[in-house]
Design a protein around this ligand. Structure first.
Ligand code: CU
Length: 340
């Protein structure tokens, strides 16, 4: 609807008058702006973090999260004590959710789960998606990303009669400084790994950074380091995931619809790694998820050791390109040049 000139003014005046009569100004509901994730221009360094991840608001206020990265995230509020669902069910890429997803603008009071779908900056779009949640009643609520286990935060919803400790510009500054610090950490990881020698490749490097008691943030270098290596026929090449929180794959040839399990031509080693032999540049080999062991917690069954290593022997010369099937949209790709 288009309103022009005096018409606009009249509508505005009526609304302002109505609001002034009905509601004290201090009780007007606010919409707070937070950020879900941040990335470097080349997408290789990812802050898997809510920026910031602790916020105080009034009951009745809303929070709008913006998703400005090419890495996927969700904004999810599980109910207290709810078992965390896996990110994806039988179909890779389709979110399990609450189960199910709830629409933009949903309300959360702790009684029913709320979650966005998977949100990311599409390849050809420049406007990041957003997701808003309204918090009608007081409480302390955890919010998480279902895709990244160590990406969590807390919202403190207080009674409107209470003063809030911070205004929006405080959170804006926090988001900026946390983003800068996390992405700088990833630069440091890249620099350190440049010193690595030999035929070993880091399949991603990361760290979990917990700055406050309110949640955890992760920073990940979504790269194979080194991106191109040169070996001889018969030399074993080993990929090791150095990320404590993120799954990666080493995938040659055709990308499988579900990259989670290893392909049938991959076998286990006695020391808990996976291995394969590649005979030709047309071979398709998928490591399956290289995954760290999850954090142990009291009163839960301890987790198994992670599978973080993949070894490949090349039986013929050639140039072998591969990808991480989870993060190829971030340009997580590599090449092995095999000489006779
Ligand atoms: Cu990856």
């Amino acid at each position: 609807m288009m309103l022009i000139g005096s018409q606009t003014q009249r509508v505005f005046c009526h609304c302002a008058l109505l609001i002034a009569l009905l509601v004290p100004v201090s009780a007007l509901a606010d919409t707070w702006q937070l950020q879900a994730g941040a990335e470097s221009p080349d997408r290789g360094r990812q802050a898997l973090a809510f920026l910031p991840n602790e916020v105080w608001i009034h009951a009745g206020d809303s929070i709008r999260w913006t998703f400005p990265t090419h890495e996927r995230h969700t904004l999810t509020l599980l109910t207290p004590g709810q078992t965390r669902p896996p990110a994806f069910g039988p179909t890779f890429g389709i979110l399990v959710g609450c189960p199910g997803i709830t629409p933009d603008g949903s309300s959360f009071d702790g009684s029913a789960c709320v979650t966005s779908d998977v949100l990311l900056l599409d390849q050809d779009k420049t406007t990041p998606p957003t997701y808003s949640v309204t918090f009608p009643s007081a409480g302390n609520f955890k919010f998480v990303c279902l895709i990244h286990a160590d990406m969590t935060g807390v919202v403190h919803v207080v009674d409107p009669s209470q003063a809030l400790p911070h205004e929006q510009n405080f959170y804006d500054r926090e988001a900026q400084s946390e983003q800068a610090r996390l992405l700088a950490d990833a630069s440091g990881m890249a620099d350190r790994s440049e010193d690595a020698q030999g035929d070993d490749v880091a399949a991603g490097i990361g760290e979990v950074v917990t700055m406050t008691g309110s949640g955890s943030q992760t920073v990940s270098l979504m790269r194979f380091v080194h991106r191109t290596i040169v070996v001889r026929v018969g030399d074993p090449v080993e990929w090791t995931s150095l990320d404590p929180s993120i799954n990666h794959t080493v995938t040659f040839g055709e990308e499988p619809p579900d990259p989670r399990p290893p392909s049938a031509n991959v076998t286990l080693t006695l020391d808990g790694a996976r291995q394969a032999v590649i005979s030709s540049t047309s071979d398709s080999v998928n490591s399956g998820f290289l995954s760290p062991a999850p954090q142990d917690r009291a009163n839960l069954a301890q987790s198994n050791p992670g599978v973080t290593r993949f070894r490949v022997t090349f039986a013929s010369p050639g140039t072998f390109n591969y990808i991480c099937a989870v993060h190829d949209q971030l340009d997580m790709k590599g090449t092995v040049i095999v000489h006779p």
